[in-house]
Write a protein that binds this ligand. Structure first.
Ligand code: PHE
Ligand code: ZN
Ligand code: ZN
Length: 301
C-alpha cells in the first residue's frame, strides 16, 4: 500500500517537531505473520458475527508486520476514543480504495487534530497490519491488552474502504435494526451508528446499515464488548436499482469492481465519497474527543 505507507512515513517524520505536537507516535506490537497464532481452518469469530475461516493456502513467505499506533498527548486515558484503518493490501493489487482510502482519511484527521487545542478524551489512531491475512494486527492488539486496558477504550471506529468507485454509503448497524444478517454490536454501538448516520444524513447523504459480519478490524473489539461503528462504501456487493436512484452510480454493478484486484489504483477512488466520508470521520472523531456522553449515557429502551 505505497500511497498510504508514504503518508504514514510523513506522519512519523513529522512527529518529532512538526505540526503533530499533540500526538505521540509509537509502533504497535510486532505481528509475526509468519508465526500466525491462527492455524489454517481456525474460526476467527463466532460470537458477534458470521464466522470467518482462516485460509493460509497462499501463505508463501514469513515477514514481520506491524501496527502503527498514535495517541494524542492530551485527554483522558481511561476513556479513549480509538479509530482504526488497515494499512496493508492484498498481493493482487495496490489497495488504494482497500484501504488507502480509510488510512488516508484517518491520517488527515490525525494531522488536523494534532495541532488543535487539548481534547477531553485521548484519541488513539491505529493503522493495522495484516488485516488481509485474517484481521491479524487488530486481533493481536486487542488480545495484547489487559482487561483494564480494554475497559479504558470507550469505543472503536473502523474505516475500511470509504471511497468505492460505485459507492454505497453504509454505516455499521449497531442494533441490527433490519433484523437480518449478523447480530447487534455491544451496548453503545447504536449511538455510534446514529452519530455517523446523523452527520451524513444532515449533510445530504442518505445511508443504509451494514452488518457486523466479521470481515474487518472491529471484530476483536466487539468480541470483547467494546462499542464499535464505522463507515463502509461497499466491496464486491452489487448496487441495487433503488440504491442507484438514491446515491447515483450504476445499478447491477459492484460497489468496487476492482476489489482485491490490480485496478484498485488511484483511479479507483470516488472523490465525492472520499470527501463526504472523510468529513464524517473527522467530525465523529472530534466529537467523541470532546465527549462520549451519548454512548455512556442514558440506556436505549
Ligand atoms: N475487510 C474487507 C477487506 O479488506 C473489506 C470489507 C470491509 C468487507 C467491510 C466487508 C465489510 O477486504
Ligand atoms: Zn481487502
Ligand atoms: Zn479492507
Amino acid at each position: 500500500n505505497a500511497a498510504a505507507a508514504g503518508a504514514i512515513a510523513i506522519l512519523v517524520a513529522n512527529n518529532a517537531d512538526g505540526p503533530l505536537q499533540g500526538v505521540t507516535v509509537g509502533e504497535g506490537a510486532t505481528i509475526p505473520t509468519g508465526g500466525i497464532s491462527k492455524a489454517d481452518g481456525d474460526t476467527l469469530f463466532g460470537k458477534n458475527g458470521v464466522s470467518t475461516t482462516v485460509d493460509l493456502r497462499f501463505h508463501t513467505e514469513d515477514k514481520p508486520s506491524r501496527n502503527l499506533i498514535a495517541e494524542t498527548k492530551t485527554g483522558r486515558k481511561n476513556n479513549v476514543v480509538m479509530v482504526g484503518s488497515h494499512l496493508d493490501s492484498v498481493d493482487e493489487g495496490p489497495g488504494i480504495n482497500d484501504n488507502g482510502s480509510g488510512s488516508a482519511a484517518l491520517l488527515e484527521t490525525a494531522l488536523q487534530l494534532g495541532a488543535s487545542p487539548k481534547v477531553s478524551n485521548a484519541v488513539r489512531f491505529a493503522w493495522w497490519g495484516a488485516e488481509e491475512l485474517g484481521l491479524v494486527g487488530s486481533t493481536k492488539y486487542v488480545q495484547s491488552l489487559s482487561f483494564d486496558q480494554q475497559l479504558d477504550i470507550a469505543l472503536y471506529l473502523n474505516f475500511d474502504m470509504i471511497a468505492s468507485p460505485n459507492s454505497g454509503y453504509f454505516v455499521y448497524d449497531g442494533d441490527n435494526s433490519d433484523g437480518v444478517g449478523a447480530g447487534e454490536g455491544p451496548y453503545g454501538s447504536t449511538q455510534i451508528e446514529a452519530a455517523l448516520a446523523g452527520f451524513l444524513n444532515e449533510t445530504g447523504t442518505p445511508t443504509e446499515g451494514t452488518d457486523f459480519d466479521g470481515r474487518s478490524d472491529y471484530g476483536e473489539f466487539i468480541a470483547n464488548g467494546i462499542p464499535a461503528g464505522g463507515i463502509f462504501t461497499g466491496a464486491e456487493g452489487v448496487k441495487t436499482a433503488a440504491q442507484a436512484e438514491k446515491w447515483g452510480g450504476q445499478a447491477g454493478v459492484a460497489y468496487d469492481k476492482c476489489y482485491h484486484s490490480k485496478c484498485d489504483n488511484l483511479g479507483n477512488i470516488d472523490r465525492v465519497a472520499l470527501d463526504r466520508n472523510a468529513d464524517a470521520i473527522a467530525w465523529v472523531t472530534a466529537t467523541y474527543a470532546i465527549s462520549t456522553e451519548d454512548i455512556n449515557g442514558v440506556p436505549p429502551k
